[in-house]
Design a protein around this ligand. Structure first.
Ligand SMILES: [Zn+2]
Length: 309
């Protein structure tokens, strides 16, 4: 079976203004690279239309409405200091959330074996009632709740290897024993949360804080603990918050991972979860702000998804 690649052109209309690191080119360089590579093991799909019914399982009704009414008819507006929106951001935001639904349905219907959603805005900083750090709706949380409510899964693991703590995902699932959330991140660092003491109500949040300067070897050693927790949990479905801002070239953070590490990390997640999840894995783009590093690293991430059987 193939690997799904879920994307649409609407990300191009999510203009965050001049000089903003979460820029249109991030997704363009990744998509252009995959088009050029023309790998026949990739099945391209467009996101489904996301309904309020699905959104309200993750975000409060008032917040969903607030976001919908915030998009300007011209120029720019903002949902928080870092989260800039423009008229075209509305469709991009809904397509980003819809992409994870398409990916999950595709895996469940055996249309493809696993999937990568290449979308923006990212989602993992968005809390139940709050946009934050370039994120509007929490795409991966929407996916996890969809798996629980539509497919009746009882054990979903979310692995977040973005360099920033997944404060939004943690906020949404802090008291939900059906979800194990694991985050590796630079600490102390934006957004300030993510200490080992934040464990979730059911010991279902696992923070692995690491210092600025963490290199490949140090990171992969620490990642063994994430894999151990993953195996102990025996997830039925695995979701990956794939942030590539832990790359050594990234301008926003100070981890020193190499492109090849993203292949290793992905392969290890797949191997550790195969026995329980039967290879059901959906990944979605979070951060990653050096364009070349992002194109190269997403390629190696998807290579691991393609190779896995
Ligand atoms: Zn990040």
């Amino acid at each position: 079976m193939k690997t799904g690649l879920i994307t649409s052109d609407t990300y191009k209309d999510h203009d965050t203004g001049p000089g903003h690191p979460e820029q249109i080119a991030r997704v363009s360089v990744v998509i252009e690279n995959f088009k050029k590579l023309n790998n026949k093991n990739i099945l391209w799909k467009k996101p489904t239309i996301i309904t309020d019914d699905i959104l309200k399982d993750t975000h409060d009704k008032d917040y969903i409405e607030l976001v919908k009414n915030s998009f300007p008819t011209k120029g720019f507006s903002s949902l928080d200091g870092d989260t800039i929106i423009s008229p075209g951001s509305k469709k991009a935001t809904f397509d980003a959330a819809g992409s994870i639904i398409t990916a999950i349905d595709g895996v469940e219907n055996k249309e493809f074996k696993n999937a990568f959603c290449c979308v923006r805005p990212p989602g993992h900083h968005a809390e139940k009632n709050k946009a934050m750090g370039f994120c509007i709706y929490n795409n991966i949380a929407i996916g996890a709740n969809y798996l629980i409510n539509k497919y009746n899964y009882k054990k979903i693991a979310i692995l977040d290897f973005d360099v920033h703590h997944f404060n939004g995902t943690s906020d949404i699932f802090y008291d939900n024993e059906k979800v194990l959330g694991i985050s590796t991140h630079q600490y102390p660092f934006y957004p300030g949360t993510g200490s080992e003491k934040e464990k979730g109500k059911f010991n279902n949040i696992c923070n692995i804080p690491l210092p600025a300067g963490t290199n490949s070897e140090e990171y992969l050693n620490a990642f063994e603990f994430a894999l151990k927790r993953l195996k102990e949990f025996k997830p039925e479905f695995v979701l990956i918050s794939a942030g590539f801002d832990s790359h050594n070239k990234d301008p926003l953070a100070q981890f020193k991972l190499e492109t090849e590490d993203f292949y290793k990390i992905t392969k290890r997640i797949l191997e550790a979860s195969k026995k329980y999840s039967n290879g059901k894995v959906v990944s979605i783009l979070e951060g990653g702000y050096d364009l070349q590093a992002l194109a190269d690293s997403t390629k190696r991430h998807v290579d691991a998804l393609i190779e896995f059987n």
